[in-house]
Write a protein that binds this ligand. Structure first.
Ligand code: C2O
Length: 357
């Protein structure tokens, strides 16, 4: 990125450079396979993060605010003070995958720190496997559950996810199918197969190169959904909209996006508020896993362009003593550098690998 961009704002603490983690100690597992103890750990960690004062950069409200700041073109910069303000966004370009990887990495570390367990790994919402094709039960219990969020679409919560939700809605082809079956139903099997085909398309057929999978290079004038890669445009976006509620324009006090739309009782379905739903982070852990699988198992090769590799962002690290850390895209290309990886069993079980459209 251009060095003249006044970002981040001036700080009275020095920014330190990220140092790779010496070993992999966090193994991310599917949410639906967590044992009781791990489920409780996850709830406790998020509860503790929610209890931090907003003055702590790693509090839950501040984490959500980071995502809000960097999306829906809310972040403006005017490097040369010429008033041709550029609306900046970490979506819809080649910033998408690495930025979100960094963001949830610091989130995961903070959760582990809050419960005194540096092996705690962010569980992922395994929506690419048939058993994970529903909003995980762990997030739905409304009683004293830090992972619960009431601003989700109640109509979709117990249905089989539709990873192609947006186009199916648009074409009038969406039919709700209960996740609980009957399992022998043709509609049930079709729903699973269609989802597997969508993931196949996203990860393989339509993901031949870095540009098609990870998105287009960011240029000042190309910040539009046209720049998205299949990683962002397909299951990722579908699950945001699926979990959230449709936009309404009549409430007050909601987050407003650049199109003037307001969100009401809707977190995930709106980029500006998505980080308020704890499910967002487990959803993004699976998006991150999709990138990881693409580059480690499917022969995908990331960008070689030094403009991408040397791009950097600053995040806060360390809940007890939050301080800014500068981290580059080249630091996050390989997750082992960040001290985490994905459960080997879940890497063997890729039911979408052989599917053809
Ligand atoms: Cu920053 Cu799923 O979006």
């Amino acid at each position: 990125m251009d060095k003249t961009i006044p970002c981040p704002p001036k700080l009275n603490v020095p920014i330190v450079d990220f140092t790779p983690e010496p070993k992999v100690k966090r193994i991310r597992r599917p949410v639906h396979l967590l044992d009781r103890e791990y489920q409780e750990k996850y709830k406790e960690a998020v509860a503790k993060m929610k209890a931090l004062p907003a003055s702590n950069q790693l509090s839950f409200v501040r984490q959500a605010a980071i995502h809000e700041a960097y999306c829906d073109k809310r972040y403006h910069y005017d490097p040369d003070h010429r008033k041709d303000v550029v609306k900046f966004d970490v979506h819809s370009s080649w910033l998408f995958a690495p930025w979100h990887r960094m963001y949830i990495y610091f989130y995961e570390k903070a959760l582990g720190q809050l419960i005194g367990d540096d092996t705690f790994a962010l569980p992922f919402w395994n929506w690419d496997a048939p058993e994970g094709m529903v909003v995980p039960a762990l997030f739905k219990d409304s009683f004293a559950n830090s992972l619960y969020d009431s601003n989700r679409n109640p109509d979709n919560l117990d249905n089989m996810v539709d990873l192609n939700y947006l186009s199916n809605l648009r074409n009038g082809k969406y039919t709700p199918v209960s996740f609980n079956g009957p399992h022998g139903d043709k509609a049930y099997q079709d729903a699973i197969n269609n989802n597997l085909c969508t993931v196949h398309q996203q990860q393989m057929r339509g993901a031949g190169c870095a540009r098609s999978f990870l998105a287009e290079k960011l240029c000042a004038d190309n910040i539009s959904p046209k720049g998205q890669g299949s990683l962002e445009a397909m299951a990722h976006t579908a699950m945001h909209v699926w979990v959230g509620r449709p936009h309404t324009k009549t409430c007050t006090g909601g987050v407003v996006n650049y199109k003037g739309e307001t969100n009401c009782a809707n977190d995930m379905g709106f980029l500006g508020s998505a980080g308020r739903d704890p499910l967002f982070y487990s959803h993004h852990a699976n998006v991150d896993r999709m990138w990881h699988l693409w580059s480690t198992k499917l022969g995908g090769e990331g960008f070689k362009d030094p403009e991408w590799l040397d791009a950097s962002f600053v995040f806060y690290d360390d809940v007890d003593n939050p301080h800014p850390v500068r981290i580059k895209f080249r630091d996050v290309v390989d997750t082992t550098n960040l001290g985490y990886t994905y459960d080997a069993e879940s890497e063997k079980n890729l039911p979408w690998k052989e599917r053809q459209l």
